[in-house]
Design a protein around this ligand. Sequence first.
Ligand code: BGC
Length: 760
Amino acid sequence: MNYKTIIALLVTLALFSCNKETTTPHTFTSSLWQYDTIIDSLLTQMTLEEKVNMLHGKHMFVSAGVERLGIADMRYADGPFGIREELEPNGWSPLGWENDKATFFPTGSALAATWSPELAYAYGTGMAREARLRGKDVILGPAINIQRIPTGGRTYEYLSEDPHLSAKLAVEYTKGVQDNGAAACLKHFALNNQENNRGTVNVIVGERAMREIYLPPFKAAVQEADAFSVMSAYNKVNGWWCAENDRLLNQILRNEWGFGGFVVSDWNGTHSTIASVKHGLNVEMPDSKFLGAALLDSVKAGAVSEEIIDKRVREILRVRMAIKPIPAEKANQVITSQAESQQIAYDVASKSIVLLKNEGILPIDLSNKPTIAVIGENAVREMGNGGIGAGVKTLYEITPLEGLKNRIGSRAQIIYAQGYVPVELDYARIFGNKPQEEIDREEKIKAIQNKKLNKEAIDVAAKADLVLFIGGNNRAVETEANDREHIFLPSGQDDLIKQLSVVNENIITVLVSGAPNDLNVVQPLSKALLQSWFNGTEGGNALADILLGNISPSGRLPFTLPVKLEDSPAYALGNYPQGVKSSDIFVDLVDKKETETTANADEAGNDPNTAYYSEELLVGYRWFDTKNKPVMYAFGHGLSYTSFAYSDCFTTKEKYDSNENIALSFKLSNTGSVAAEEVVQVYVHRINPEKEWPFKELKAFTRVELDSGESKTVDLQIPVQNLRYWNEETRSWADDLCEIELHIGASSADIRLKHKVLLQ
Ligand code: BGC
């Protein structure tokens, strides 16, 4: 047994063998409890068969009600960045409708780059309104796992590497959804931080890191937004599948946090009958392998009590009572995508774009009618669909090239070249069904095409005043079920930019990516560099508005851009990747795969089915800050077309008790010549703590809009309770009262003001 296996066993034993409930009682009362009296009466009228029938999928995205009693079916929609098109009832094939075309909202990392809880609320509103037009009850989103590894296949769907930022946005997204008549479904609970082997991997995480880094967005959305449903993740946490994880589902989510709604499995992510239903799963989706006939038999045989079944049915019925079903004849009467949602998509996109670097070349000056070479396949590529998993069939999607043409009109000459061959999804390769010779042959052809496209692009660039290189990843590169193997720009983009820079030194690079890329080549060769995103229906218009200076950039990075992938914590500690990718995509194959791959684990500990989170709290910037490691661009970074001055910082008191709120104020001035928005960030650095802490942690932020020359006083509050740590011995939150320093600035690396206070 190697040391990692021993640690794994100890953690698992400590956390799960004593089936003690956590002690902290919750103070939150879900609004869902109000329906319990009606439900008492309903339950007495239901047969056991009717009850069990509610606990599994009826169709791919429907779970059953009880028609006889007027209990409607529950209709689900993916989520999280647009309402998914209508699929055949028992498969994944689209029905090909016209009026299910929806608004493509900027994906998770774009939303997070706005650092705007208000926009997250608007986003939830737009999603819910479109869901209701389609007759849906539950939106499978927001997706709020922490971005632990830069290569994570779903980084673009998730929000941030930081729990505070993720939590604030998750709360408002959830409120926006539920204030507009649909239920939110928080996913994927919990610790689904990688896609490789997601259907087999066992996450070994210490309780403190779990509580302080990975669970806060879920907890906040439950307790501050009363989230009505939660999706269990595919993976295991500390030895138990998430869909049958008593600690996560019963003890933490329900008993400790007070969650009143229901838990739905991720699709095909259920593994058992008795453990699942007892340990807190309500609905097996999308079929009935475990919670159908097998469950009925288990109840009849006395292995599961009817009381448990009633409990699980009650939790679903509460949501059914809160969310009014839409009668079939009222659904799908108009096209899903609505103008007000398109406006929200624009607002989010326009505030999400991050200006990483600008050597005075932006905004683009059109006064001399320049020739602009737009180069890169991402300038014309739509990103609503394209990967494995949920996408959006959009009513329309403005690509960057269209956006530029819309906004520039005849004020410049735009010439376009594709530049490179994009990565496309190849299922045969993903499944390992393509012979190596065929792969080699395809690669050869691609290399020849790439050369030709490179050459065309260089010719175009040579004729232009300015090169706008629009590259990055795409939805085939960043996709569910697959982590990236590296973070280099795909399709030889680095090489192309090197060649472009020989013929034209005025390069502006726009990275259309949902996750980090290695920028070592592109950064020095670009006079300006922007991180754009999979930015929705209106993404191209928003990008053009930023490039032309119609609005000042105000997006801020929701994750760290490392100098190189190997610097990031899970890689630096050898915790990821864990050996060879061994599964999945079709998670229901996991049982077989798991035994095969476990047997393959080697003595060096490269077990592809175990992920050790030994970096503990040091995720994202917490790691780089604490270890004093350089980054390419820091968490929270983003430039503007103006400049801001920070001054006159004070707190209302010098000492705060553990039940008080630190009240902080400072003056923010727009010292430049254009109106703009700044995202101010407050980090807490502990000076003399008893416990070990990351160097600093984000604890407050806000967006401030200022005209040129204008100043405002910014007031922010930090509850001292939000600075507690999870005490693993007492299994509860505890104070580490000490002197702290508030670091106030424009990013985690650009601290403008410091102010000390004592916690007592
Ligand atoms: C994904 C979920 C999604 C579900 C239904 C799963 O593969 O992990 O996020 O909601 O499919 O499409």
